[in-house]
Design a protein around this ligand. Structure first.
Ligand code: ZN
Length: 130
């Protein structure tokens, strides 16, 4: 029998399962404890069943679907945080420099090559590699 084994989805499910298990252990005597341990058990079982499955196409479909979802979620959050000034995701994609005329701190999106920048402080126009 050809087994499917481990992929990114299995790994993430396992991490989620361990996380749920850990939280379940902390909240064992509350209402969340039994629910989280059940979720942890189901996730662990799913990882196990996927790993020993011989239906490779189905598992790859699941992985593909999962990757589509994670990409969509990532896209959603980057759009969400992209509108906020000073967020980590936004700052990571910017190059910072100073206006040569007045020293005003400026930034531009990285990876665009040579761009023309107009200083917001003094209106000076200059070119910059980003
Ligand atoms: Zn300036």
């Amino acid at each position: 029998m050809k087994q499917y084994g481990f992929d990114r989805l299995s790994r993430d499910l396992l991490i989620l399962s361990v996380a749920c298990g850990a939280i379940a252990a902390c909240t064992f005597f509350t209402w969340a404890g039994p629910i989280l341990s059940a979720v942890a058990a189901v996730l662990a079982l799913a990882v196990l069943l996927r790993a020993v499955s011989d239906k490779k196409e189905r598992r790859q479909d699941e992985l593909l679907g999962y990757e589509r979802v994670t990409e969509a979620v990532k896209g959603f959050f980057s759009r969400l945080f992209g509108h906020r000034n000073g967020s980590a995701t936004r700052e990571a994609g910017y190059k910072y420099f100073k206006c040569p005329a007045c020293g005003q701190q400026m930034r531009a999106p990285k990876g665009r090559g040579r761009i023309r920048v107009t200083c917001s402080g003094c209106g000076n126009v200059f070119e910059r590699n980003v």
